[in-house]
Design a protein around this ligand. Structure first.
Ligand code: NAD
Length: 292
């Protein structure tokens, strides 16, 4: 029989991901802060819990998908939290994007309670979550990875154990660096093309067929063309991730000269009140710099 799953954090990513588990036959009990998301889980065939404690009590596998390190720490360590209430022997799969050190510390703290942990952040965005084609980068023990793999296969397509605890988060930090720099390059090209009077749609189509093509350009093309910055992936979250990769790179002595500039542009969008927009809104930052 399939393991019983508790799912904490039913946001843009957590809602469709947990629904994919339900479709695959898993029994899912969820908790999140918005009542409307709990109703959505129940409508999809899951069970809405009234607290984290209630959600995790009988679970074999606990999945967390919350914004950042402080939320992971709150839901793991609080008196009503996961470690106080999970069964001994449960497997905690944290799919949030957080600092690698938080994942390392969580694994150590959980071990004292008999709970095993994997860090398993994802890439692929809301569309990847809905279509169950996420890339899932995992850190932790091989045996725990093997146990979680069938469940992760209901959520994603490319699922790789990257190394010990925290390694998944380190790879995710690199992912966020590449995505931000790629969006920034596309945004600069869009402003340049428009100011040059070239048909933007035609230009992006042909660019996407060559070496300049990318998943970012494919997924964000319509956002650029329509100036539609509804998230998707919020600038606030990418700001968090640029902080994670900047700190982690500094710790190991890796230079991120272009990443540092893009981190500043992401921060400037946030400072101007655009933190709730999709990260394709880096186009706005370039437009402001260009007087467009
Ligand atoms: P979101 O803000 O849409 O959802 C976060 C959810 O966490 C909310 O439903 C909220 O209720 C819940 N939550 C927060 N604190 C909680 C608490 N104390 N107890 C219970 N629930 C709590 O965020 P999202 O876009 O789904 O992102 C989640 C994580 O996935 C982030 O770490 C993000 O960086 C990462 N991520 C997002 C995307 C994307 O495209 N949106 C892609 C890859 C990875």
């Amino acid at each position: 029989t399939l393991p019983k799953v508790a799912w904490i954090g039913l946001g843009i990513m957590g809602s469709p991901m947990s629904e994919n588990l339900i479709k695959a036959g898993y029994q899912v009990t969820g908790f999140t802060l918005e009542q409307e998301k709990l109703d959505r889980l129940a409508a999809a065939g899951g069970t809405a819990a009234g607290s984290i404690a209630e959600a995790v009590r009988d679970a074999d596998v606990i999945v967390t998908m919350v914004p950042a390190s402080p939320q992971v720490e709150a839901i793991a360590y609080g008196p009503d939290g996961i470690l106080e209430n999970a069964k001994s022997g449960a497997l905690l799969v944290d799919m949030s994007s957080i600092t690698p050190q938080t994942s390392v510390d969580l694994a150590a703290a959980a071990k004292d309670k008999g709970v095993r942990v994997l860090d398993a952040p994802v890439s692929g965005g809301e569309a990847g979550a809905v279509e169950a084609v996420l890339s899932i980068m995992v850190g932790g023990e091989q045996a725990d990875f093997d146990e979680a793999k069938p469940l992760l296969e209901a959520l994603g397509k490319t699922i790789v154990l990257c190394g010990p605890h925290g390694s998944g988060q380190t790879v995710k930090a690199a992912n966020q660096l590449i995505v931000a720099v790629n969006i920034q390059a596309c945004a600069e090209a869009v402003v340049f093309l428009e100011k040059s009077g070239v048909d933007l749609k035609a230009a992006l189509d042909v660019l996407n067929g060559g070496l300049a093509g990318s998943t970012v350009l494919t997924r964000k093309k319509d956002n650029f063309l329509a100036r539609d910055f509804k998230p998707g992936f919020r600038i606030d979250l990418h700001h968090k991730d640029m902080g994670i990769v900047t700190d982690a790179a500094r710790n190991v002595g890796a230079a991120l000269p272009v990443g540092a500039v893009v981190a500043q542009l992401v921060a400037s969008l946030r400072a101007q009140g655009d933190g709730g927009l999709d990260h394709s809104a880096l186009l706005r930052a370039v437009e402001r710099l260009s007087g467009a």
